[in-house]
Design a protein around this ligand. Sequence first.
Ligand SMILES: [Ca+2]
Length: 248
Amino acid sequence: MVEVRGRGSWKNPKGPNSTIEGQPNKPAVHISYEDAAAYAKWAGKRLPTEAEWEYAARGGKEGTTYYWGNELKPGGKWVANIYQGNFPNQNAKEDGFASAAPVKSFPPNAFGLYDMDGNVWEWTSDFYTPNYYAQSPKKNPKGPEASYDPEEPGIVKRVQRGGSFLCSDQYCIRYKAGSRGKGEVTSASDNLGFRCVKDGPGPGEQANTQPGKSENGNVALTSGKKAAFCVNPKMTKAQMMASAVGQK
Ligand SMILES: [Ca+2]
């Protein structure tokens, strides 16, 4: 990652001479918040709030160490793409992947959502502040009105969630439930992507599809939630390429 910083793009993730050909199912990366939000709007969707993301990641679980449960390796198996070994020089890739894995390489959660944890970080729509949730609205909080990072005041940042293939127990451990990241809105990296949500019918509103499904097949969070997350985890390189040529 380090050697291509500042030169990669979603079409050239490892530098100007690299390509995404042959790897359409890997998550699209090197995309800033502004570009991710613009893509979501173009697609008739939006980025999730941090609270929506958290709800989706839990998949109905409460208070577990990891979103998938309390054991790092349930049944002795890795269930998310993170970093094993001596960080950052000795990637043991016990989970099978040294960098981003194709989407759906690991089991979905109880909501049918893939890769909420690990693989690549995901932008959310919330502005970043360190303590918003100490006093946030209890119902459907949408983030603070503006960002404030005491470490870099004046830099506009949004919240990132989920951790990535670079998260290690020797480093950020951001695959733990509740972990948060942050990023300046024009920044991008090869371990950062996004996923979209689409508003659906709320409680008491008539659904035009079968319960639990939105019109495009996404799984609704619950009958009481409006946002529906894409079952297809994270925007893939193939989807981004289709967008680039004007297709949905
Ligand atoms: Ca890995």
